[in-house]
Design a protein around this ligand. Structure first.
Ligand SMILES: [Zn+2]
Length: 327
């Protein structure tokens, strides 16, 4: 059982490390970090409101970050429309107009990977997706988990593999040399949660002619630390990624944030809400209706603003998935 009563934010390790209070005069920061790959829909907006409520209820600062790491899928016009939609539902944030963007952060990610490499904690991986699928069919392996094929290759083998890939115009990925197979985090809604840690990718491989993207698991850890984020509230589809990220933070000498993985909005079939479920964004629904539905779904029915919702906000109301019934 988690106890909600008397949850106060006190100066933490970030403060001890010499960090300064944020613009709200408090220690610690919460955040919402959408990827600009489409319009924010009801489920995304609900998570944004949840993140804001958690942060403000604890007296934390709050920032919005643009997680536009995936250069193939992110679109500039969605950056503008997402930020406008967040404002339209009444969200305020401390860095408005100066939101951090992952696409500007390559140097910081490179520094983090260099730091890991300096400790012998990364290695090149030459596997294709197909290679990994085939090798990962061993009985002790979970689906999608890296089986460690390239972990212990000799330098001679690496030179050969590197040349083979270069012949196809491709470069290797970089993987973390994980020192454990599972790691535990504490979550406000799920309590202690232990999840698998494998040798996950920190920088993607791929076309040698193009810049290769750093992995989300790396970027999110580096950026949260950079922004002094002490509280990560996001959808529970990311709960299983949290142990990897917290473990990576530890390897980089960074404090892991407090987590709260909130329930998702699902359709009548229990599937995560998506475009196919009809008019679910502010393109097709008035902001007042969306906000009203969000408040009703988190036990704050009748509130007319986020600040009003704060008065009746109970974190545990966000634990379960919410079924979207409106048509
Ligand atoms: Zn490999």
């Amino acid at each position: 059982m988690n106890s909600w009563a008397g949850t106060m934010h006190t100066p933490n390790s970030a403060a001890a490390a010499g960090a300064t209070a944020n613009s709200a005069g408090t220690w610690g920061v919460g955040r919402y970090a959408p990827s600009p790959t489409g319009d924010l829909h009801f489920g995304n907006l609900r998570t944004a409101v949840a993140a804001w409520l958690f942060a403000r209820a604890d007296g934390l600062g709050f920032v919005v970050r643009v997680d536009d790491l995936d250069s193939q899928r992110c679109r500039e016009h969605f950056v503008d429309s997402q930020l406008a939609d967040l404002q339209a539902i009444g969200l305020d944030w401390d860095d408005r107009g100066a939101e951090l963007r992952q696409s500007d952060r390559e140097a910081a990610y490179a520094t983090a990977v260099d730091k890991l490499a300096g400790q012998g904690l990364v290695y090149e991986c030459y596997c294709s997706r197909k290679d990994i699928q085939q090798a990962a069919s061993a009985p002790h392996q979970l689906p999608g988990e890296y089986p460690g094929t390239c972990r212990d290759l000799s330098e001679t083998q690496r030179v050969k593999k590197r040349e083979e890939l270069a012949g196809q115009g491709r470069g290797p990925a970089l993987r973390l040399r994980a020192g454990c197979s599972e790691f535990s985090i504490t979550d406000r809604l799920h309590g202690e949660y232990t999840g698998r840690v494998d040798d996950f990718i920190v920088r993607r491989g791929g076309n040698l002619a193009q810049a290769r993207d750093y992995a989300y698991n790396l970027a999110v850890v580096v950026d949260d630390a950079h922004q002094q984020v002490t509280q990560v509230v996001r959808g529970n589809d990311l709960l299983s990624s949290a142990p990897r990220q917290a473990y990576l933070a530890q390897l980089l000498g960074l404090a892991a944030p407090e987590y709260a993985h909130v329930g998702l909005v699902v359709n009548a079939n229990g599937q995560r809400l998506a475009k196919r479920d009809g008019p679910i964004s502010l393109r097709t629904m008035p902001a007042a209706r969306v906000v009203g539905e969000i408040f009703a779904s988190i036990g704050c029915a009748g509130a007319t603003s986020l600040h009003e919702a704060l008065e009746s906000f109970r974190p545990e109301a966000l634990a379960d998935d919410y079924v979207w019934a409106a048509g």
